[in-house]
Design a protein around this ligand. Structure first.
Ligand code: NAX
Length: 324
């Protein structure tokens, strides 16, 4: 049979991991005909819990699951992986400000970037752990032998939320919405552009008014994470796992759709080169590219630049901390 595709997941004993692992193992990432080997990284105190999750994976008897390796050493777990989903990160604790969070998480991603550089030079690396864009930047900058293109951050959850909310508003199915994309940082400054979004071939902005976009739509998409915490008493997990799979699947297998991916900017649309920002992307043959030639009005441009400024400020902070 075919050689299994090796997929690493960090933070595998966490909430997102609990949904993500089972879906990868059942073939939802690479298809029912592609065997997959899971390589699961956790911190030492969480390995016991992770063993329990592996027992449950065994108990599913997934035909596509070729093997599971767990451990707390990134070099061992990342060895020769084809894809790495970096989900594990420290959540913000009481009394921690953003700088503390950047510092605490920064250290995780310097180490994991260096380990990937050493043992998985061909891996596609997708960062879900927050602050995702800047963590991806840290990993990328600590992997000097890898191409910057190998590092992405997750804004697909924002993308899926934006799509679903627009579909609901218009009473259409999500499949009727094309070319929607999130720009900027995965935080409340992210910008879903409806001007270039098509609903059955029509610009979405012809179907909704600007006041709704500015006052309802954008703030609702931006604060959805908080709304979920309020309702569920825990942050989004299944939907975050779903988005992580959507992004990696499209990256590995390609897609005909425009999708939102946070990728290293090449300066397209004036977004400063080098930061990892969300753009509308297409993927073919395992390579993503930023969709070119889109028209952006003043409203879009202003929002995109404001979000890029957040990313520049995070980059400056981690630079000052010596993480990049
Ligand atoms: P959990 O706290 O449930 O799980 C995180 C896991 O990571 C824990 O089991 C922890 O032991 C592990 N971990 C910590 N440091 C590690 C290290 N150095 N190496 C390996 N594992 C390590 O969080 P969960 O709800 O699963 O969320 C994980 C991350 O995703 C968080 O940073 C969260 O903020 C982020 N999210 C990102 C989203 C996005 O759209 N980009 C949305 C969902 C989610 O909020």
């Amino acid at each position: 049979s075919a050689t299994p595709v090796k997929v690493a997941v960090t933070g595998a004993a966490g909430q997102i991991g609990y949904s993500l692992l089972f879906r990868i193992a059942s073939g939802e990432l690479l298809g029912k005909d592609t065997p997959v080997e899971l390589r699961l990284l956790e911190i030492t105190p969480a390995l016991k819990a992770l063993e329990g999750v592996v027992m449950e994976l065994d108990d599913c008897a997934f035909p596509t699951l070729a093997g599971v390796v767990i451990g707390d050493d990134p070099e061992e777990i990342f060895a020769d992986v084809d894809g790495a989903m970096l989900v594990g990160a420290m959540p913000r604790k009481e009394g921690m400000d953003r700088a503390d969070l950047l510092a605490a998480n920064g250290k995780i991603f310097t180490g994991q970037g260096a380990a990937l550089n050493k043992v998985a030079p061909k891996a596609k690396v997708l960062v879900t752990g927050n602050p995702a864009n800047t963590n991806a930047l840290i990993a990328m900058r600590n992997a000097p032998d890898m191409a910057p293109e190998q590092f992405n951050a997750l804004t697909r959850l924002d993308h899926n939320r934006a799509k679903s909310m627009l579909a609901k508003k218009l009473g259409v199915s999500v499949a009727e919405i094309k070319d929607l994309a999130i720009w900027g940082n995965h935080d409340d400054s992210m910008y879903p552009d409806l001007f270039n979004t098509k609903v059955n071939g029509k610009a979405a902005t012809e179907l909704v008014d600007q006041t709704w976009i500015t006052e309802e739509y954008i703030p609702t998409v931006a604060t959805r994470g908080g709304a979920i915490i309020k309702a569920r008493g825990a942050s989004s997990a299944a939907s975050a796992a779903n988005a992580t799979i959507d992004h990696m699947r499209d990256w590995m297998l390609g897609t005909d759709e425009v999708v939102s991916m946070s990728v290293p900017s090449d300066g397209s649309y004036g977004v400063p080169e080098g930061i990892i920002s969300s753009f509308p992307c297409r993927v073919r043959g395992g390579k993503w590219e930023i969709v070119q030639g889109l028209e952006l009005g003043d409203f879009s441009r202003e929002r995109i630049m404001a979000s890029a400024a957040r990313l520049e400020s995070e980059r400056d902070q981690v630079q000052q901390l010596g993480l990049i």
